[in-house]
Ligand binder design. Structure first.
Ligand code: F6P
Length: 739
């Protein structure tokens, strides 16, 4: 509309100006034409009345002549008539004869341009015609015509010409604006279609054109330009931002209109459990919770999770809400209740006996049962209902977490078609052959492709996912843009390496390193100068705990000087203990620790201190800060945040990290001692190297790795996803049909 006005107003003004210039020209022209006509008429009148005037003059009676004259001027146009005798003297003239006309000056009226006389009666036309008798000149007959009718007509003409130009202007403007609007819309639709990768707009129901018309040559350039601008914008934004809770809040406020976010995960961030007659709150051992909890504290909103604690129901309100963190509430925890049957099928069965071993190459055979699959569907549906209940708008931002919810994105999309759904897969994604053994592979992929964005830790996992989709579904996989289009809807597949809170909370690093070292050694009956290694894991077969213990045994075999001088504290949080595989694994781990401790019992301290129990984060950090070396030897791991936590805990820049090359973290932290956990000799050598590493080298390595985490902290991880979501929502608006 504004565009149209901007066009119409100047055009109308221009045409009005033209009208003003043209009207006087038309005016002059019509005046000249009328003067010529009246001239001719005067001659005609003179010819007609010649004889009667001649006779009256010949009679010598002035009265008779005047009577003739009065008779003649009854004609409405002829205003006055006079006769100037050739012998001179005053004219014989009607009463109306203008005084300005003198018989001596009649020669003036021979000039056509001087024939119109402006008098107080209006314009008068003066024509002079000679009256002869018998070949001699009697005098001149002066015919004066009233030209006011010409003026009237001229006024009318002016009005019509002016109105004509105004009308013309309006019509031209209208036509131009309509054409411009149509072609602008068409062009914009073309551009939108190009951005969707569909080519140009075409009439509904017709096949896409084989060759695209006028926009085709610029299609790829346009897409490349938009991609460049986006990545430049993001890179600039990312590098300029100091990634903190405040930075996240700014993104939510400025880029996402202050939207609340909804997080969905199986594991809840706070578990309420009954201990006798008291209710205790604890934080579960979960990388996912470690990463997302600070993000939620920064963003508020609601976190929807399975209420699994024995006292969880006792602390929620009527909507199953409880504000957390306890003592400093900043977001809502919405608990979803699962029956024992649902938990057994969805969590223990399909998620952890099926998908977990399927995605981790840890040589444990996945088990898929139809009954588990049904419960997995049911549980996902329950969470979809909870998301719809918690959504405050029709287009919320929902962060779906992990392999427990592969079906959830599609279910949310069905309930909230305009939601921005960011799904993050915290564990590895296997290659297509490995994934193909899942009987419900198509359903899982279809579910995940309900997401707007699907995130993995590494580029390798993104590639595996694209390969899997390519092999399994009739979908368009764009390897240049990392986008999958399925059922006409795109899903961006992106790499977001997860991280931890930085700087770490004072409650975690407040206790001085020297005190941590002394207290941990004392509590474990170790001498003050004893070398200590630390491992912090859930008791899970993917974590490489068996291989780690074997490496310690090998170290003692190869370098006996460490016997009695080095002990390894393994914190092993009990996990999924209802699953037989996990029970057997715990048995194997305990047996191995006992065997190794038995072998090297001669020393003053046992080689392995195995602590199969839950530790709260401050205790875990105390151990990190007390250790000389930290071992992260997963057989396969999405990221592994223990590695990053250990580095964050060491503000003294001491300690060595041994890191499995099969973790996502090893891609970001090459300054760690990178090992193949299956190569026991190599791991033993790495332990020896770590225990003998000069302090300066420890510091140099630590500085680089801590620098990286400080820059790429969890706020940046979440911020990048939210910025991408914001960009997507803006592009979505652009793609909407113009109104
Ligand atoms: O990070 C992977 C992950 O499976 C999370 O999804 C989960 O919260 C965590 O490890 C611990 O597992 P669980 O929730 O089964 O105890």
């Amino acid at each position: 509309m504004r565009l149209s006005l901007r066009f119409i107003i100047p055009l109308t003004l221009a045409l009005a100006a033209i009208a003003y210039a043209v009207v006087p020209l038309v005016d002059g022209l019509t005046l000249r034409w009328f003067a010529r006509d009246i001239d001719m008429r005067s001659n005609l009148v003179a010819n007609v009345v010649h004889d009667s005037i001649q006779e009256s003059l010949a009679s010598g009676s002035k009265t008779r002549t005047l009577r003739v004259f009065d008779k003649i001027i009854e004609d409405e146009r002829l205003y006055a008539l006079g006769f100037c005798s050739a012998s001179g003297g005053p004219p014989i003239a009607t009463k109306t004869f203008p005084a300005e006309i003198g018989c001596a000056d009649l020669g003036v009226f021979a000039d056509p341009s001087k024939k119109v006389l402006q008098s107080d009666k209006g314009p008068l036309h003066v024509a002079v015609v000679g009256i002869d008798a018998d070949g001699s000149r009697l005098g001149d007959l002066v015919l004066v015509h009233d030209m006011s009718f010409v003026q009237r007509r001229s006024e009318e003409t002016k009005r019509y010409v002016f109105l004509f130009f105004i009308g013309l202007g309006a019509v031209v403007s209208l036509i131009t604006v309509v054409i411009a609007q149509l072609s602008w819309r068409g062009w914009m639709e073309g551009v939108r279609a190009l951005m969707r990768g569909e080519g140009l707009l075409r009439p509904a129901g017709t096949a896409p054109p084989a060759t695209l018309p006028e926009l085709r040559p610029i299609a790829s350039d346009l897409r490349a330009l938009i991609r460049d601008m986006e990545s430049e914008y993001r890179a600039r934004d990312e590098s300029q931002v100091t990634w903190s809770p405040e930075a996240l809040r700014t993104i939510l406020r400025d880029d996402l209109r202050g939207e609340d976010i909804l997080v969905v995960s199986n594991r809840e961030p706070y578990i309420h459990a009954r201990r006798g007659d008291r209710i205790e709150v604890s934080r579960p051992a979960s990388g996912l919770v470690t990463a997302l909890e600070p993000v939620m504290r920064a963003c508020s909103g609601a976190w929807i999770a399975h209420g699994s604690g024995t006292a969880d129901r006792d602390v929620v309100d009527a909507n199953d809400h409880v504000m957390v963190p306890p003592g400093k509430p900043s977001y809502t925890l919405r608990r979803v209740w699962l029956t024992d049957e649902e938990e057994a099928g969805y969590y223990y069965g399909f998620s952890n006996e099926g998908l977990w071993p399927l995605c981790h190459i840890a040589h444990v055979r996945p088990t898929f049962r139809t009954a588990d699959w049904k419960q997995y569907n049911e549980a996902n549906r329950k969470f979809a209902i909870a998301v719809a209940q918690e959504a405050k708008t029709a287009d919320p931002i929902v962060l779906v977490q992990d392999y427990h919810f592969a079906l959830l994105p599609r279910m949310i999309r069905e309930k909230l078609p305009d939601a921005t759904i960011i799904t993050f897969w915290h564990i590895p994604w296997p290659n297509p052959e490995a994934f193909a053994i899942c009987p419900w592979r198509e359903e899982l992929l279809n579910g995940l492709l309900g997401s707007s964005i699907l995130g993995f830790h590494t580029r390798f996992h993104c590639n595996n996912f694209l390969d899997t989709v390519d092999r399994t579904l009739e979908a368009r996989v764009d390897r240049e843009t990392f986008e999958v289009t399925y059922g006409g809807k795109p899903t961006a597949v992106k790499r977001y390496p997860i991280s931890i809170e930085w700087p770490p909370a004072d409650t975690l690093t407040g206790k001085p390193v020297a005190e941590c070292r002394a207290d941990v050694r004392r509590r474990n009956g170790l001498p003050p100068d004893h070398f200590v290694g630390i491992g912090v894991d859930r008791l899970d077969y993917t974590k490489g705990i068996i291989e780690r213990f074997l490496a310690i045994e090998r170290l003692f075999d190869l370098e006996p000087r460490w016997i009695g001088r080095f002990s390894f504290i393994q914190i092993a949080a009990p996990s999924r203990s209802k699953i037989e595989e996990y029970q057997e694994f715990e048995t194997r781990v305990r047996a191995l620790a006992d065997r190794i401790n038995g072998r090297f019992a001669g020393g003053s301290a046992p080689p392995i201190l195995l602590k199969v129990e839950h530790h709260e984060p401050p205790e875990v950090y105390e151990h990190y800060r007390a250790a000389d070396v930290c071992c992260v030897t997963s057989l396969h791991d999405g990221m592994n945040l223990v590695a990053k936590e250990f580095l964050a805990s060491r503000d003294d820049e001491r300690g060595v990290l041994i890191l499995s090359r099969f973790t996502g973290a090893s891609r970001e932290l090459p300054e760690a001692l990178i090992v193949n956990p299956y190569d026991i000799d190599q791991c033993a050598a790495a332990l020896h190297l770590a225990l003998t590493m000069p302090e300066a080298e420890q510091r140099d390595r630590m500085r680089i790795m801590r620098g990286l985490i400080s820059e790429f902290n969890v706020y940046r991880w979440a911020g990048r996803m939210l910025l991408d979501a914001a960009g997507m929502r803006k592009r979505g608006k652009l793609r909407e049909p113009a109104h």
